[in-house]
Structures are given as C-alpha cells and as structure tokens.
Design a protein around this ligand. Sequence first.
Ligand code: UDP
Ligand code: UDP
Length: 485
Amino acid sequence: PNSTSGDCEPGSAATPPHIVLFPSAGMGHLVPFTRLAVALSAGHACDVSLVTALPTVSSAESRHVAALHAAYPAVRRLNLRLAAFDSEASAEFPGADPFYARYESLRRAAPLLLGPLLAGTGEPAAALVADIALASVSIPVAKELDIPCHVFFTASATMLSFKAYFPTYLDAHGGATAIGDVDVPGACRVPRSSVPQALHNPDDIFTRQFVANGRALAAADGILVNAFDAMEPEAVAAMRSGAVVAGLPSVFAVGPLMPVKLRQTGDEVAEEQGNCNDYRAWLDAQPARSVVYVSFGSRKALAREQIRELAAGLEACGHRFLWVVKGAVVDRDDAGELGDLLGEGFLRRVEERGLVTKSWVEQDEVLEHPAVALFVSHCGWNSVTEAAARGVPVLAWPRFADQRVNARVVARAGLGVWTERWSWEGEDAVVRAEEIAERVAAAMGDDAVAEKAAGVRDAAARAVADGGTSHQSLAEFVRRCRGWS
Ligand code: UDP
Ligand code: UDP
C-alpha cells in the first residue's frame, strides 16, 4: 500500500500530467533542470516540457539543450525567444554578470511571454516548475492561468533556508545595508563572511532578485530542492516545520538528482578532430585513486595570479591531476591559449602527470572514474551533489555567491574539508602555491575523509532508491500533479 512508484508507472489509467519546467540561465541551473526533466519523464512517466530561452548565454548551454532533446525526444522543447533586454538590464546594472543580466531579461519577459507560451503548448499544463531565480515573476502568471506553480531551488537546502529567511532578517534590521551574521532559525548560522558578496549591496542586481524571490517562496504551491534529508537534516526539517518562516508550502527534497548521460553534439566534431576524448583516455591510463580533479565550475574565472599559484601548487603537490581551467566568464569569450595563461614551461614540466584543459569535460564521468581520488571544487551545488553521489572527497575552495554556505555543508556532512580563510572573490588575498600543495597532499592522504565521503555516497544512494526519502518526495510531487491534471 505504501508503494511510491506504482501510481506513476506507464500504463496507469490516468493521463500523464503535463509539467512545464522553466529554468533560468547558466549550466548550474540548466543541468539540474535537465535531471529533473528526465527523472519526471523517463522515471515517473510524466509529460514534460522544458522552456529554453534563446539565444543561450553560453555555448555549453546550447549544446546541452540540443543533446538533451536528441537523447530524450519525449521531453518537449518550448523556445522562448528573447528580445534585446540584456542591454537594457546592463544600462540599469552596469557591468552586471552576464548570467544575472539574463535572469533579469527573463524576469522582465515572463509577465508578457510566459502566459502565451504556456497556452500555446497544445496540452494544458498541470503544473509549472519555475527556477528560483524566476520565482517572483512566474508565480503571478501561473496564478492568473490557474496553474499550480512550484519553485525549483537548484542549490542546497541550507541555502534555501537562508534565502527564505533573509527578507525577515532585512525587515528586522530596518532593511539593513550592512549585513551581519545571519542566524536562520533551526537551520544554520551563516557568518557575515559567508554571506554571498552581492547581498552586502542592496542595489546589486543579484540582491534585488534574491530578496524578491525569497519573499515569493510563501506564495508558491511547493518547493523542490536538489538536496536530500540525510545530508542536510536541520535545514530540511526547519524549512518543513515552519521554524525558518511560517506559512511556507511543502518542501520536496528530491536530490541528488541523477546525472543524465548525454552525447554532446560537440563531441562528434571534436572526435573527428581527434581531441575530444583525451581526458577520458588519459584517466583510463592512471592508477586507481591517484588523480586530483580540479574545477571551479562554469561561471567564473580565477584571477590570473591565482591561476598561476594554483598551477605551482599542483606541480608541487606531487600528485597526478586533471585541471579544467577557465579563462573567461562566458565560454564564447575564452579564446586565450593555455600556454599564455600558464606558461609553456609549466605545461611541459607537468606533462607526465597532469592534464590541463580549457574544454568542457563531462564532470560526472570524471567523478565516477576509479582513477579520481579528490575533487578541488568551488562548491557550486551541482558539483557538490555529483561528488556526493560518487563519494569523491572534496577539498572545498568556495569563491562566491552561495559557495561558502555549500562548503560548510560539505564539511559538516563529512564529504570533505574546507579551509575557511581561503580567498573569496572580491578579497585581494591570493592563496599561495605552498599552502595549496600542502592541503592537497594532506587531503590525498586522508583515509578518514575518503571513508566519510563513501558514507555520504551510500546515504545519497539510499535517498534516491525506491522508498528512499528523495524518491518518495518526487513521487509525492508527481501524485499532486496528477491530481491537478
Ligand atoms: N560541468 C561540467 N564540465 C565542466 C564544467 C562544469 O560537466 O567542464 C558541470 C558540472 O558537472 C555541474 C555544472 O556544470 O553539473 C556546474 O554547476 P555547479 O553548480 O557545480 O557550478 P557553477 O558552474 O554553476 O558555478
Ligand atoms: N539564487 C537565488 N535567487 C536568485 C538567483 C540565484 O536564490 O534570484 C541562488 C542560486 O540558486 C544559488 C545562488 O543564489 O543558490 C547563486 O546563484 P547563481 O545563479 O550564481 O548560482 P550558480 O549558478 O553559480 O550556482
């Protein structure tokens, strides 16, 4: 009687509910939306549409969307063509990060374009699932159309609790312009130094969106989060009990959503040129648990000086490494040569035991490779969930936004270690090579960390298995959608 999947299986009498997913910009948002789309479509027999805003900000996003629809033709594609809102946003927010500028364009477009888009799919929507960054603009449109609207929070449950509470904090502190330590009732304490940089400026584009979306959470019909109860028990419980903010809707912790294997269209081109699979072949040639994987995600480039110190640190640590270097914020702008960035001398010296690339790697494939022993990570939440699912210990080096909050989750859950004073974007401090080498070597030799990370992997596997907390949460969400369709 407690089966959670029976009512969702293909062949059940009810028509599959049509669920429309509305992501914002950047791989950090698109990737979890893709995983949700596949979990709902292939795993729970729902009829799924995915909105794609065009043109995408990065090439990685456009390749990813093409690969998704090629592999899963059942997932419908809904294109949302954007007029030139970006320049308008940048005039108001000069120098804004291109991904945040895109959130802003989407937020301005949604009231006008989302309604017709939802109405024009042919199949009435049973539910809309909007990205957190689009929450406050999507909920009113859905309400007008009488479509239940869920918000998908693509980061940690701990960050979700912070976000939900932050407007209350501001109200209690007279709209504070100086943000101090933030105690999120029942969930966590976020020290001032871990508060996302932008939030210290009330006029920042990110802050305005963050606060509006935080306030809107209570008006949603439910909140999905790519997290699981066992990894962040306090945050999940505090969100559900009303301790963080009274009157929030149901919280469905459905993570870690499982990676979807996609064959990127770019792969074929690169394969023809003979350079796509170098990292795969290279990893295959390394001994088990010998490689340090280093990546700071898809959003930001490290400062030049820090890149050089990191290079020297990796050279000095003595271990094998695979390093994905990013020289620009948006991949299309990243035209520089590796040699210019790192020096030809470095590349030659580490040739035997290091592979450095500027290309996109399929990170989940890297993390599940038996050669990989440690992940030096910026702690973007997707990266954390992928490390958790594969049991790869993390050496956390958060850089901006929610990453310090996530690094704290990593350390508390036992998935890895975090040196809290390591530099944070906006600080001048540079972490020197010796210290990097020391920490990497220590983490590589730390069996206790490896063992705990394996424990997190097992807990993640239990959460998403039949009957596990995340599996049940997703099934419950689908059940609700069926009720609405
Ligand atoms: N990613 C990848 N290959 C790369 C860089 C990133 O597959 O070369 C993926 C990574 O696995 C993750 C997503 O892109 O799923 C990045 O999201 P995350 O939240 O980790 O960080 P962000 O890039 O948003 O800072
Ligand atoms: N975020 C949010 N509200 C917004 C925009 C972003 O809560 O209006 C969250 C986002 O989910 C993440 C963090 O703020 O937890 C940083 O946002 P960003 O898009 O930079 O995340 P990234 O894509 O780099 O992981």
